[in-house]
Ligand binder design. Sequence first.
Ligand code: HAX
Length: 425
Amino acid sequence: MATLHDKLAEQIPVLREDLKNLGKEYGDTKISDVTIAQAYGGMRGVKGMICDTSVVEPDKGLIIRGIPLLEGLTEKWPEEIFYLLLTGELPDEEATKSVQEDFRKRQGVPSYVWDVLRAMPEDSHPMAMFDTGILVMEKESMFRKRYTEGMTKTDYWKPALEDSLQLLAKLPELAAGVYRIRYKKGDLIPPDNNLDWGANYGHMLGNDQPDFYECMRLYLTLHCDHEGGNVSANTCHTVGSALSDPYYAVSAGLNGLAGPLHGLANQECLGWILELMDKFGGTPTAEQIKEHAWETLNSGKVIPGYGHAVLRVTDPRFVAFNAFGKKHFPDDPVFKTVDLVYQIVPEVLKEHGKAKNPWPNVDAGSGALLYYYGIKEFEYYTVFFSVSRAMGMCSQLVLNRAMGTAITRPKSVSTKWIKDFVSKQ
Ligand code: HAX
């Protein structure tokens, strides 16, 4: 099977031809309308961009290139998922090895990155450190170099892929370094060339339990992508559409992931679980969970890890994490509490009547796994999410450069414009 570069080189001319024909024949066909509520409501449901890597169906959740997550993808390693996201095909053993070898060759975070991170205030958020680390490496960008030299538009995807591979190869090392520097865990641990991408991340964090390696692979697989409209993907896409290189675009997207309504929900969520356990002195009863959930809602806060802008069922990513916990540590008190909360909170949210989706999302369960394996610093949890999500962002960026997607520029209108418009109806 072909390497990533060769496979894309074969597919991209076909994709371009398809787009040319679609534009010519159906360019004026409407696919969406926008209401005033949607314009004020975060453009929810407005179809206004293209993402070929994955889709999220309200009743099914994540579907990567036509394959629903729970139909075999949770057993795949992240390198295989990256190949699938980019090319639409699951790699065979040889192609998987070529991605792994590519990542291995490109390892090695430059020492100037560590200097910058060590100079940051000691109480910096790990996400601020991680995103800064990516931005500091921007000087390595091949995309920027080739653009300055005057490359042709049809070649944009090539240095975008090159930057993406460089970046992804270094992210586990950068992320593990952030952990060890921020939480004073001792010297940085260099990558082990015999390990795969996910296991190496675990190794560099300082945990070589085989179960933890498995957990890391699953974690990196499950968070890889969630179509194009979520805050991080959409931000990365917008920044990339200005032909800012992948270092700028991915760092920007991850700054969006650092919001509590998005990726940071995983830190918030474990905090909520531990607060609950602390309050009731251990694994809480159903009544106690109900009481705590209502207290949260009545104080005007959201219950982290529940609800979703698109999903209307239990997130399959939550299902996969839950199955991992049940297999490896069913009696762990934090995991048991997460599982109990899952049985109570949806009913509370339904009774509350506001959230359109009362079911858990990916962030409801992921923290319990990390906590079990000794990563207790939950401010760090969104960094795990980021390493994985960078695969989706990079895949979308490369494909967008291949498709020649235009610079993002939706039209905004003022509230006065809206008032004048409705007064004429
Ligand atoms: N707890 C309490 N209230 C909730 C809620 C929850 N978990 N989820 C939604 N609501 C409320 C909203 O705040 C909103 O209230 P107002 O009308 O007062 O503004 C109302 O229900 C309707 O919201 P919605 O249409 O159901 O949800 P949105 O599409 O607006 O928002 C969110 C989706 C994920 C942001 C939302 O469900 C939420 O805040 N959840 C908790 C935070 C969280 O888990 N975020 C992670 C989401 C997954 C993700 O992106 N991970 O990266």
